[in-house]
Write a protein that binds this ligand. Structure first.
Ligand SMILES: Cc1cc2nc3c(=O)[nH]c(=O)nc-3n(C[C@H](O)[C@H](O)[C@H](O)COP(=O)(O)OP(=O)(O)OC[C@H]3O[C@@H](n4cnc5c(N)ncnc54)[C@H](O)[C@@H]3O)c2cc1C
Length: 463
C-alpha cells in the first residue's frame, strides 16, 4: 500500500494515521477544523470541553504507538490517578473501596489530542479542509475523496481511505448514494444530557481525592456527576442526567442540580469553588453501532473506525480507548496483508464489543431508554452484571476484576470465570431483573442501607 487518507483528526484519526504511516509512504490526514496549535474550542469536537478519562487499554496502545507520550503528558501536568484509591466513587450499587486497582489519565482531551498530534512526524496534516464525498472507480472500490477548503474543491487519490470523522460522519449517506444497502444501525439512547464547568478550588479546601464519580441509581435516580483534577490545577465537573433530566447551563442551576446528587461531597466542594469560563452542554450521547461489519458489500479501499463506526454513551469513558483498540486492529490487519476491508470491519466491531456491552447494559436500566431492546441473553448478562457491581462494593477481588473490564483490558466474559461467579453470588444475594420498565423491584432496604451512605456522612465509607 503506497498511500492512505485519514478523514478526521480526532483521537481515532490520529492513532490510525500513526499506524498507517508505518506501512505506507504517504499518509494525509484531512481535518475540517483549523488546527492552530492550541486546540481549544475547536467546533468539530464539541465534546472536548467535557471530562475525559483514558483507561489503561487506551494508555497502553497510545504508549506503544507514541513511546514517551504518557510521560510527556504527565510532565505537562496531566493527572494520572489511582482508581478507585484516589477517587470517591459511588457506583450505581454503592461505594467502591478506595484501593489502587487501576490507573487513569484525567487530563483535558485537548491536551491529549495536541500531545499526540505533535508526534505525528510522517503524516501530512491538511486542516481547514472538509471531505465532501468519496471517489470510486468502475468496480466500486473507494479510490479517494473530494474535499472543500474555502471555495476551493479538490480531489485526492489514495489506496486506502479511513473514515474517522466521529459521530457526525456522513459515511451512511455516502455509501447509500453509491448504491450500497446499509445494515440496520443499533441505537440505544438513554436520553442523556451533559453540562460541564471548570472550577478553581481554594487551597484550604483541597480534598484528599482527585476524582469524584457519583453515578445514578437506576431506575429511580437519574442524575450523576464526574469531577476530575485537570492539568492546570482546575477541576472539571460534568453533570449528566439520564431520561432527558438534563443539567442546566446557568451557574445557579448547575449548583442546584449538584445538590440533588446521591451524595453531597461534590456539591459541598463546589460551594467553595470559583467557576472558570462558561458551561458547555452536550446532548448527543446515544450508543450508536453502525454494524459496518454486517454489510454485504463493504467497499474495497475504505475502512471506518472510532465513533464513526461505533459510539458509546460517554459517561462510561470508553470512546478514546476503543479508538486505540481499533488502531491496534488496524496495525494487525495491515501487518497481515490488508486483504479484505470487510475483515477489518469485523475486527473493529470486536474491538468495540466490550465497551458496547457495558454501555448498553447500563443504559437499559434507565426507564426512558429508547431504541433497541435487550435480548434474553442481554437480560441475563445484565442481571448478573448488576450483581458484579454489587459484589464489587464489598469484595476487593471482584472490584479488581470489574476494574480490568472497565479498563477494557479484559472483555466482560472475564467476569464469568467460575471463581468470580462464586464470589459474586456469595456477596450479592437478592438481585432481580434489571431492565427498567419490566421489573422495577427496588433492592431490599437492608442492602440499600449497606451500600448507599447516608447523605450526611459523605466521607466515611471507602476512605
Ligand atoms: C461528553 C463526552 C464525554 C466523553 N468522555 C470520554 C471519556 O471520558 N473517555 C473516552 O475515552 N472517551 C470519551 N468520549 C468519547 C471520545 O471523545 C471519542 O469517542 C473519541 O475521542 C473518538 O472520537 P473520534 O476520533 O472517532 O471522533 P471525534 O473526536 O468526533 O473526531 C472527529 C474529527 O473529524 C473531523 N471531521 C468531521 N467531519 C469531517 C469532514 N467531513 N471532513 C474533515 N474532517 C471532519 C472533526 O472536526 C473531528 O476533528 C466522550 C464523548 C463525549 C461526547
Amino acid at each position: 500500500m503506497d498511500s492512505a487518507i485519514v478523514m478526521g483528526s480526532g483521537v481515532a484519526g490520529i492513532l490510525a494515521a500513526e499506524v498507517l504511516s508505518r506501512h505506507c509512504g504517504n499518509v494525509t490526514m484531512i481535518e475540517r477544523d483549523r488546527l492552530d496549535g492550541s486546540e481549544r474550542d475547536r467546533p468539530g469536537v464539541p465534546q472536548h470541553r467535557h471530562v475525559h478519562i483514558l483507561w489503561p487499554a487506551g494508555q497502553n496502545i497510545l504508549e506503544s504507538l507514541f513511546p514517551g507520550a504518557m510521560e510527556s503528558l504527565h510532565g505537562l501536568g496531566a493527572p494520572r490517578i489511582s482508581f478507585p484509591a484516589d477517587a470517591r466513587w459511588l457506583s450505581t450499587e454503592g461505594w467502591l473501596p478506595r484501593l489502587p486497582l487501576t490507573k487513569v489519565f484525567t487530563c483535558s482531551r485537548s491536551l491529549l489530542e495536541a500531545t499526540l498530534r505533535k508526534r505525528l512526524t510522517k503524516v501530512d496534516v491538511r486542516d481547514n479542509t472538509t471531505v465532501t464525498d468519496l471517489l470510486t472507480d468502475a468496480t466500486g472500490r473507494v479510490v479517494g475523496v473530494r474535499t472543500r477548503s474555502g471555495d476551493q474543491t479538490q480531489t485526492m487519490h489514495a489506496d486506502l481511505v479511513v473514515d474517522a470523522t466521529g459521530r457526525s460522519s456522513k459515511l451512511s449517506q455516502w455509501l447509500a448514494a453509491l448504491g450500497h444497502t446499509l445494515p440496520t444501525e443499533t441505537v440505544v439512547d438513554a436520553q442523556m444530557g451533559h453540562a460541564t464547568q471548570d472550577f478553581r478550588i481554594p487551597q484550604e479546601y483541597t480534598p484528599n481525592f482527585t476524582a469524584v464519580a457519583l453515578q445514578h441509581r437506576p431506575p429511580h435516580v437519574r442524575r450523576c456527576a464526574y469531577m476530575f483534577l485537570q492539568e492546570n490545577g482546575h477541576w472539571r465537573c460534568t453533570l449528566a442526567g439520564y431520561g432527558a433530566d438534563y443539567p442546566p447551563n446557568t451557574n445557579e442551576g448547575f449548583l442546584e442540580y449538584a445538590r440533588t446528587l446521591r451524595d453531597p461531597t461534590l456539591h459541598s466542594l463546589l460551594t467553595k469553588a470559583t467557576p472558570v469560563g462558561r458551561i458547555a452542554a452536550f446532548r448527543q450521547a446515544a450508543n450508536r453501532h453502525h454494524h459496518w461489519e454486517k454489510m454485504r458489500t463493504w467497499p474495497a479501499g475504505l475502512v471506518a473506525l472510532g465513533d464513526s463506526a461505533c459510539a458509546f454513551n460517554p459517561v462510561y469513558g470508553h470512546g478514546m480507548s476503543v479508538s486505540a483498540l481499533c488502531a491496534q486492529a488496524l496495525e494487525r490487519w495491515l501487518a497481515n496483508g490488508a486483504a479484505s476491508t470487510a475483515e477489518f470491519q469485523r475486527a473493529a466491531a470486536r474491538a468495540a464489543s466490550g465497551a458496547w456491552s457495558i454501555a448498553t447494559w447500563e443504559d437499559w436500566r434507565c426507564r426512558e431508554t429508547t431504541g433497541a431492546r435487550p435480548t434474553i441473553k442481554d437480560r441475563i448478562l445484565l442481571t448478573y452484571y448488576v450483581r458484579v457491581l454489587t459484589a464489587a462494593t464489598m469484595d476487593s477481588t471482584v472490584c479488581a476484576d470489574l476494574m480490568n473490564v472497565m479498563s477494557l483490558l479484559k472483555k466482560p466474559r472475564a467476569l464469568m470465570r467460575p471463581d468470580v461467579v462464586l464470589r459474586v453470588m456469595r456477596k450479592s444475594r437478592g438481585g432481580c431483573c434489571q431492565v427498567a420498565g419490566e421489573a422495577d423491584h427496588p433492592l431490599p432496604e437492608a442492602i440499600h442501607r449497606t451500600r448507599d451512605l447516608p447523605a450526611h456522612r459523605p466521607h466515611e465509607a471507602g476512605d
